[in-house]
Design a protein around this ligand. Structure first.
Ligand code: LLP
Length: 408
């Protein structure tokens, strides 16, 4: 609007004024469009929002109304899902080291539990869990950052194939209803190769289970993983293409092994919320540090988005209040933390920034605020959901009193 960035019909300046900065701004229309894209691409599958991407009761309620469920990996995430009134029938509980309390809570609400270790068979049965999947680790190396690969040989997640088969047999013997298998090969995937390989592998493994155990998986949970594009030179892969490729491959591979078609479960996190939000920061110091580097310091940083430090993630930015001005030079965007590594963007072209400008960083909806910290005793930012010219707070800003209030 008049050279100013607007989200959901609201000017960035107005949002910053009303809710303060840093501020996570989620666009409801985008969130709904992403949910509907999954439902349309796979109408027969159970689609679960992976809560870890951004735990939010408000977003979970939006997703629930679209027919989605939730994938949770801790008691905290389960609490979010239950607060959004999701029924156990639409909750899948993960975790490579589930506590007894987590197993009991999963049992209480009738959630589907994904067994991830041999000793979970008896512990789940004792906790009263009824329905389970077993997570298998096929030894497939997904093309993504090492820290977010999960199905390679030696992963801490799931069970190697032989042990998976043993666990399935033991779970059946323990009286559990073993509905199927789970696999999640990694996150921020922008290539279909490893996913296709995984589906082929799973079908062969399902055929081996039929032969060895007389059991076939009625449910196949393929996890999440679809990535989002943060900067222009990254590839783009849309939900429809990704899901269709999975469905086609399952159909082909299952037919090849003459197996009964399974019910599919998908667990997207990032691709549902990643590109639905941007972060608004206020520009403070602009400092020429060397011949080649001029820093634009913002009022947030690695405490609200640690992804550059953890995964070498790259982001872009624009001046939200002067979005129609030409970019004139290269800048580095740094945060306000006491650490040289607190650089959010190494190089971005901007119009000359001035103190008080608003800097918008797009595609920050996933694994940012949810992975945020209070480093340097910085209170975590607020998040709003905007639609049709209206904004509502979905998570309030923390205060210094909140932090001091934890002291014994
Ligand atoms: N299902 C399981 C079992 C998972 O472990 C994950 C993510 C998902 C689903 C959702 O994956 P997505 O669709 O969001 O890729 N903090 C990292 C990402 C960690 C993902 C962990 N598991 C990041 O910021 O890149």
């Amino acid at each position: 609007m008049d050279g100013e960035l607007a989200v959901g019909g609201l000017r960035a300046g107005e949002l910053a004024e009303r809710f303060g900065t840093p501020l996570f701004v989620y666009c409801e229309e985008t969130v709904l469009a992403r949910a509907r894209a999954y439902r349309q691409a796979a109408p027969e599958a159970l689609v679960l929002y992976s809560v870890k991407a951004f735990p939010s009761v408000s977003l979970l309620r939006l997703f629930a109304a679209e027919g989605l469920g939730a994938d949770v990996s801790t008691l905290g995430e389960l609490t979010f899902a239950r607060r959004a009134e999701l029924p156990g029938a639409r909750i899948v509980v993960h975790g490579n080291n589930k506590s007894d309390a987590e197993l009991a809570a999963a049992a209480k609400c009738g959630a589907l539990v994904v067994l991830d270790a041999a000793d979970e068979v008896d512990r789940a049965a004792a906790a009263g869990v009824r329905r389970v999947l077993v997570r298998v680790t096929p030894g497939i190396d997904a093309e993504t950052h090492d820290a977010i690969k999960t199905a390679h040989h030696g992963s801490k997640f799931g069970l190697p194939p032989d042990e998976t088969m043993v666990a399935v047999g033991e779970a059946i013997a323990a009286g559990l209803e073993v509905q199927g298998l789970h696999v999640h090969i990694g996150s921020q995937l922008l290539d279909l190769g490893a996913e296709r390989m995984t589906v082929d592998w799973l079908a062969a493994f399902a055929a081996a289970c039929r032969k060895g155990l007389g059991w076939t998986p009625g449910v196949v949970d393929l996890g999440g993983g679809l990535g989002v594009r943060h900067v222009e030179d990254e590839p783009a892969l849309d939900i429809r293409t990704f899901v269709q490729a999975l469905l086609d491959r399952v159909e082909r591979a299952w037919e090849l092994h003459d197996l009964p078609r399974p019910r599919l479960v998908l667990e997207p996190g990032r691709s549902l919320v990643g590109d639905a939000a941007c972060t608004l920061y206020r520009v403070g110091v602009v400092k020429r540090a060397s011949e080649t580097t001029t820093y634009v310091a913002i009022d947030g940083g690695m405490s609200d988005n640690p992804r550059p430090q953890l995964y070498g993630a790259r982001y872009t930015a624009l001046l939200a209040n002067r979005a129609n001005e030409d970019a004139t030079s290269w800048y580095a965007v740094c945060g306000s933390h006491c650490e040289s590594g607190d650089v959010l963007i190494e190089r971005v072209r901007l119009p000359e920034p001035r103190r008080g400008d608003l800097l918008a960083v797009p595609v920050t909806g996933a694994y940012t605020l949810g992975m945020g910290s209070n480093y340097n005793s910085v209170p975590r930012p607020a998040a709003v959901l905007v639609a049709g010219g209206a904004a509502r707070l979905v998570r309030r800003r923390e205060t210094e009193d909140d932090l001091v209030g934890l002291e014994a």
